[in-house]
Design a protein around this ligand. Structure first.
Ligand SMILES: [Zn+2]
Length: 504
């Protein structure tokens, strides 16, 4: 398979031709959520970015194994080695088992991802299900001399590692910068150097998430899980590792160090990072407390939201920006995305209504004949989704012109136009048609409003049936009941009038 896909590698800081380790196959690991709260817009971005990549690689014919983890232990507050475990803290505050917290938010994360049209990953490993693999990783690093035990915890020896390998390659930092920027924290005395990071942490007596290990009861450091699970499911050399830009340092830098210290070589070929979602220019995040959850977007229940936004509007909004640019939230931007998506979806729906002519007019033929290649070129240039969208808008203009009888299209061009629009808008960008999105999104606000309107229509028909019955017009009354029954409505006559339920 000859690929012309270029992807920007954070490690080399340039676009590189994508060549998989094993021809025809792709192994891709993406850092998933820490499940202690609802997913917000900042989480939607990596999910949608790597869903786009997953869809496109599969479209190109690769057999893709997409691994996205669930962090359910070891991620401490402030992303540092100190403080309480984020899940354990939530469990303590809400008087729940930590696994109840993790399951609850993992379920809600899955619902939100489904609504956004993100395909499920091939494997979704949990950190707590891979303690043995993480302990094994720590043992290897210790055996190679790049870690040390201290009071029941194990720390990575960054300085020693840096003597042989370079720490900071991914983030472009050198060790002196890192040392100068690291804060003095409690428990620092356990470490030889303040830049060292925890591979295994001894559990304090009150700590409920704990496992036995060669170093005593404890829990793994946050960075271990991705190295251990990536290697378990994708092998010791795999293709792509992705995540948000905020994970470059320290998380991914530490992952690289762990992999190299344990096996002597890099584990990942292409590091890909999507940029942040900002709100008023500031990163949207849980730690900053300025986030809007996806559910709040879908229902419009947040003071900063002027209205509810359908999941596909959110997806379109994210894809309208290149994944390496920032996206700034505003109601105006989302409303513009909503109108844009509606225009595109209306054009796709109108394709079926176009009647072909003997020939296409010159402008139509020009757009249609180059459309497919232009869309591929954009995708192959580091997933330039905004360009794909602009090409699809060119296509939508053709549909509108032909529909308005201001242009003509041949049968062959219509077939090509339709195929390319469906392929790129739906299969690759994952913009589900409005009806399918409603099903995928469950009872979202927009569909709830629509359901309510449909319900009123049924009520109106039943009122007309009651009026027909009162007038002894049995033919009309029966016709209304039979028609509704055929559509799946169950009509029951009670002494207070007729009621209905939908048996679908
Ligand atoms: Zn990770």
């Amino acid at each position: 398979m000859e690929s012309s896909l270029l992807i920007y590698n954070t490690l080399s800081r340039q676009k590189e031709l994508f060549r998989p380790v094993i021809p025809g196959r792709v192994g891709m690991y993406v850092c998933g959520p820490t499940v202690y709260g609802d997913a917000h817009l900042g989480h939607a971005r990596p999910a949608i970015t790597f869903d786009l990549l997953f869809r496109y690689l599969q479209h190109l014919g690769y057999k893709v194994r997409y691994v996205r983890n669930i962090t359910d232990v070891g991620h401490l507050e402030h992303d540092a080695d100190e403080g309480e475990d984020k899940i354990a803290k939530k469990a303590r505050l809400e008087q729940l088992e930590p696994m109840e917290v993790a399951q609850h938010y993992a379920n809600r994360f899955h619902d939100a991802m489904r609504a956004l049209g993100c395909l499920p990953p091939s494997i979704e490993p949990h950190a707590t299900g891979h303690i043995i693999e993480q302990i094994e990783l720590v043992r290897e690093i210790l055996a190679n001399g790049y870690a040390y035990e201290s009071q029941g915890s194990v720390y990575f020896d960054v300085e020693k590692y840096n003597q042989k390998y370079r720490y900071g390659r991914l983030s472009g930092r050198n060790l002196t910068d890192v040392i100068n920027n690291s804060r003095e924290l409690d428990g620092q005395s356990e470490k030889r150097n303040q830049v060292d990071f925890a591979l295994w942490k001894a559990a304090q007596p009150q700590h409920i998430m704990r496992w036995p290990s060669p170093w005593g009861a404890g829990f793994p450091g946050w960075h271990c899980e991705c190295t251990a699970m990536g290697r378990k499911y994708l092998g010791s050399h795999f293709d792509i590792h992705g995540g948000g830009l905020d994970l470059v340092f320290p998380h991914h830098e530490c992952e690289i160090a762990q992999a190299v210290a344990s096996q002597g070589s890099d584990i990942v070929n292409y590091w890909m990072h999507c940029n942040m979602v900002t709100i008023g220019g500031q990163k949207m995040g849980k730690s900053l407390g300025n986030f809007i959850t996806l559910d709040q977007f879908f229902s419009g229940t947040h003071e900063k939201l002027a209205q509810a936004y359908a999941p596909m509007t959110i997806r379109f909004f994210i894809l309208q920006a290149h994944y390496r640019s920032t996206v700034d939230f505003s109601n105006e931007a989302l409303q513009a995305a909503e109108r844009g998506l509606q225009r595109l979806q209306a054009a796709i729906a109108d394709l079926r209504r176009l009647s072909p002519s003997a020939e296409s007019d010159a402008q139509t033929h020009q757009v249609v004949s180059s459309l497919r290649q232009r869309c591929y070129d954009a995708m192959n240039d580091d997933l330039a989704s905004p360009l794909v969208i602009s090409h699809l808008f060119d296509a939508a203009s053709v549909v509108n012109r032909v529909a308005d009888h201001k242009g003509s299209i041949s049968a062959a061009d219509l077939e090509e136009l339709s195929a390319v629009m469906h392929l790129f808008a739906e299969d690759i960008l994952g913009l589900l048609p409005a009806s399918a999105a409603t099903v995928a999104g469950g009872m979202q606000a927009a569909s709830a409003a629509r359901e309510e309107a449909f319900g009123h229509v049924v009520d109106m028909l039943l009122e007309q049936r009651a009026a027909a019955k009162a007038a002894r017009d049995w033919a009309t009354s029966d016709h209304i009941r039979d028609s509704l029954t055929a559509l799946g409505f169950e009509i029951k006559d009670t002494k207070d009038g007729a009621t209905w339920t939908l048996n679908k």
